[in-house]
Unconditional design. Structure first.
Length: 150
């Protein structure tokens, strides 16, 4: 059986973002087009549908690193804060974005809250495994030597 661990992350996230657009619970807030994704960034994202890509990425992270919370997600999406001539320091990403996306994924039934943090729900796991299988078949068509593994 093909899982999330077996396929390229970029292709999986791209297909998962397309699938998440179909959920009515997952929508970017009005402020999403103006906000930076962290203190280390200088500008907001230039891609129109970055919210769905981030939601897909967060869902993949919850699948792979459960139980996970808002603070750890913010750290994963953080980066280097450039401070001019002074050395750079690590900064966390936006906790608000991580929190809102987790809330939306929970409302869609893809994530469950436990006392230790958020974990993937059976519905979310089946969605990710189904998309991973589709991506694996797509990759195997382009590279026949990989077909042995799927």
């Amino acid at each position: 059986m093909v899982t999330v661990y077996d396929v390229p992350a970029d292709k999986l996230i791209e297909r998962l973002a397309e699938e998440l657009r179909k959920f009515e619970e997952i929508k970017p807030p009005e402020w999403a087009k103006y906000v930076k994704t962290g203190a280390h960034k200088e500008r907001p994202p230039q891609v129109e549908d970055w919210w769905y890509v981030r939601a897909a990425s967060v869902l993949r992270k919850v699948y792979m690193r459960y139980p996970i919370g808002v603070s750890r997600l913010a750290a994963l999406y953080g980066g280097k804060r450039r401070r001019g001539v002074k050395p750079p320091h690590a900064r966390k990403g936006s906790r608000s974005i991580a929190r809102k996306i987790l809330q939306q994924l929970e409302a869609a039934g893809l994530v469950i809250t436990t006392p230790k943090g958020r974990v993937i729900s059976p519905k979310g796991q089946s969605l990710l495994d189904r998309i991973a299988k589709e991506v694996a078949v797509e990759v195997a068509k382009r590279m026949p030597e990989i077909k042995l593994y799927y």
